[in-house]
Design a binder for this molecule. Structure first.
Ligand SMILES: [Mg+2]
Length: 123
C-alpha cells in the first residue's frame, strides 16, 4: 500500500527533525510533503489529500486545532489520519483535540519509537 504523509509545523528545523525521526522509525511513505502552517496545509490537501498528517499545534496564520476542524469538514479527507505533535501536554488540551477529530497525539520531545508506535496502526 502506498501511503502519503504531510508534516505541518511552523519551524523548518522541527519539520526536518520529524522527517528524520519518521525515517528512523522504519515506517515507509511513498510521498512526504511539508507545510509551515494550517493555511498552507489546507492548500496542499485541497490539491491532493494525504493518508496521514503530522500536525503541530502552535503555528501562525492557522493553528493545529483550527486545521483539525477544517480537515474534518473536507469530504476528500474523510479517511485522513491526523496525529498531533506538540509540547502542549495537558490531558484536557489533548482530549479537546481528540474530540475535534485528531486521531492521536505525540508530545515533544519524541523518539523514532514513538512515531513507530503511533503511526504504524495507520500505515
Ligand atoms: Mg509551532
Amino acid at each position: 500500500m502506498s501511503k502519503s504523509l504531510l508534516i505541518v509545523d511552523d519551524s523548518a528545523t522541527m519539520r526536518k527533525i520529524i522527517m528524520r525521526s519518521v525515517r528512523m522509525s522504519g515506517l515507509q511513505f511513498d510521498s512526504t510533503e511539508e507545510a509551515g502552517n494550517g493555511v498552507e496545509a489546507l492548500e496542499k490537501l485541497k490539491a491532493s489529500p494525504v493518508d496521514i498528517i503530522l500536525c503541530d499545534v502552535n503555528m501562525p496564520e492557522m493553528n493545529g486545532t483550527e486545521l483539525v476542524k477544517k480537515v474534518r469538514e473536507m469530504d476528500s479527507c474523510r479517511d485522513t489520519k491526523i496525529v498531533m505533535v506538540s509540547t502542549e501536554s495537558s490531558q484536557e488540551f489533548i482530549d479537546n483535540l481528540l474530540a475535534e477529530g485528531a486521531n492521536d497525539y505525540i508530545t515533544k520531545p519524541f523518539t523514532p519509537d514513538k512515531f513507530r508506535e503511533k503511526l504504524s496502526p495507520f500505515v
